[in-house]
Ligand binder design. Structure first.
Ligand code: C2E
Ligand code: CA
Ligand code: CA
Length: 501
């Protein structure tokens, strides 16, 4: 079973890793393609600008006075020879050619034009022989034109390319494709496309670079083999970590279960003192894990796990057995004390805890002392009505409920209203703000105290560390103090030694 689980984890991790690696690769490739599209766009702009400047060098002509003399032909030839990107120049009007630099040109067919400036337009010219599309730059002089056939922009001159017939670019004005350039034929399907906006002094256009899968793959870093190898390593690592984590939590789990069997969860008692009389009036029962080697583990190292994994109820039973045993030993002459035990909502799901406490209360073994319950505001109670029903049973046998960590969770007001709370425990977080009056929390402590007083609730201040805090609290009518200012949580023997008189 375990094997199947790890195989599944491995497979899922493998699939996710492959997906991620391919995704990253795709993103990187797209970025590089976008960069190349930008380079080509720049080159294209340069090509048009240079050619326009070269056409501008030719003399201004008019249709009526134009004669295609040998000098004019020679002039056109020279212009083509000197130009960087022009391979043919013709003097044209409509579809007629009146003079040309060299006679390699096909007849002019219906030419698509796009005006790019006052005197210039771009045109597409189709040669009849090979259906090849050519870009022409046209200088307009009113009734006659210079038309220059521009060399196609050759991507492989500017960007690294090792594939053939794998790329195509399109130039669009106003979003309709104007010029498409490919390698005669484009092989396969489009796989990637990157569009760059081309804004020049002359015109605005969109330059779009598209490639097939072969083109895309020359931009990717990882071949399938590499992806598989890296993904397998990642997946193996993830399943290894999962195994470690599982073994660890298994061992925490089984150690806690062992601890329950061996009754290793013992109580420490933190005195709660009346600051007026300086007398102990009760104690909070705080769990410690006494390991076999004699060490004591603090609750933050195991309670969160126990609460999350349904172990806390049994641990509380172990703890309570110790508490009953301890309380039995207290002298009868002692002032009556309460012992506040931390519970979680799960304790109210059935009446196990109630039956246990009822048995002890009715046995009279606790003498004049009593047990009290504490529930934290931080844990949600899903069914307040059912919880209240259960709590009423506790109240009937003299066990009350305190609201722990008041003001820090979300239960607050509704818990007080619905659960029959007797006491609010003000959290250390608010007590810490005493003396810092400008702080927002400082206002909150006043609000909590006044809320409790108006609701006729008792108040215990928790985490009180200084006499200044004690003084502030007593000025505000709070006298029940729990905190290091009086005592840290103590073993039962120390508790008795310090406070048994
Ligand atoms: P908590 O219920 O809020 O308990 C008060 C914590 O504040 C205790 O920590 C206590 O030692 C500490 N404390 C009290 N006064 C002062 C002070 O003046 N200064 C400082 N710095 N700390 C102070 P502890 O014993 O480590 O317990 C931590 C938490 O573990 C408890 O917080 C409670 O949430 C949980 N816990 C302890 N025992 C049990 C238990 O039996 N059952 C459950 N469900 N949770 C428990
Ligand atoms: Ca508590
Ligand atoms: Ca608390």
């Amino acid at each position: 079973m375990e094997r199947i689980t790890y195989c599944l984890i491995f497979l899922v991790a493998l699939l996710i890793s492959v997906g991620l690696l391919r995704g990253v690769d795709h993103l990187l490739a797209k970025q590089v393609i976008a960069r190349d599209a930008a380079i080509l766009t720049d080159k294209f702009e340069h090509l048009i600008k240079t050619s326009a400047a070269e056409l501008n060098e030719l003399p201004e002509i008019t249709f009526d006075s134009f004669v295609c003399s040998t000098e004019v032909e020679a002039q056109l030839k020279r212009a083509v020879f000197d130009a960087s990107f022009i391979r043919w120049i013709g003097v044209t009007k409509g579809l007629n050619i009146y003079c040309e630099s060299n006679e390699i040109i096909r007849e002019l067919h219906d030419v698509k034009h796009h005006q790019i400036s006052e005197t210039y337009s771009l045109g597409i010219l189709e040669s009849e022989s090979d259906q090849h599309l050519e870009l022409v730059l046209i200088r307009n002089m009113g009734d006659i034109f210079y038309a220059a056939s521009i060399l196609p922009l050759e991507p492989s001159y500017f960007v690294p390319m090792s594939c053939e017939k794998c790329l195509e670019y399109r130039l669009s004005f106003d979003s309709s494709p104007f010029l498409t350039f490919g390698y005669e034929s484009f092989d396969g399907d489009y796989y990637v496309s990157e569009a760059v906006n081309l804004t020049t002094d002359y015109f605005d256009a969109t330059f779009e670079l598209s490639g097939n899968r072969e083109f895309y793959e020359q931009y990717t870093y990882f071949s399938w083999w590499i992806v598989l190898i890296i993904a397998s390593i990642l997946a193996a690592w993830v399943s290894y970590i999962a195994r470690l984590w599982f073994n660890h939590s298994q061992s925490v789990h089984s150690q806690i279960i062992q601890g329950i069997k061996r009754s290793e969860f013992i109580p420490f008692y933190q005195p709660i003192v009346d600051s007026r009389s300086q007398k102990v009036i009760g104690a909070e029962v705080l769990m410690r894990w006494q390991r076999q080697d004699g060490s004591l583990m603090p609750p933050n190292q195991f309670i969160p796990y126990a609460e999350a994994n349904g172990l806390i109820v049994d641990m509380t039973k172990v703890l309570l057995a110790h508490v009953f045993n301890d309380v039995k030993q207290l002298a009868v002459t002692r002032e009556p004390l309460f012992f506040s035990v931390n519970i979680v909502p799960e304790h109210l799901d059935n009446d196990d805890l109630y039956q246990l406490l009822k048995g002890v209360v009715e046995s009279g073994e606790l003498k004049q002392h009593r047990i009290s319950l504490e529930i934290t505001e931080r844990h949600p109670i899903s069914d307040l009505v059912a919880a209240r029903k259960m709590l009423d049973k506790f109240y009937a046998i003299g066990i009350d409920l305190k609201l722990d960590d008041a003001g820090t969770g979300y239960g607050g007001f509704s818990y007080v209203q619905n659960l029959g709370i007797s006491t609010l425990k003000i959290d250390k977080m608010f007590v810490d703000t005493i003396g810092h009056q400008d702080n927002f929390n400082a206002k909150t402590i006043e609000a909590i105290i006044s809320f409790a007083q108006k609701s006729n609730l008792n108040i215990i201040a928790e985490g009180v560390e200084s006499h200044e805090q004690v003084a502030y609290l007593s000025e505000h009518g709070v006298y029940s103090i729990q905190g290091y200012v009086f005592s840290k949580p103590l073993s039962f023997d120390d508790f008795c030694a310090g406070y048994s008189h």
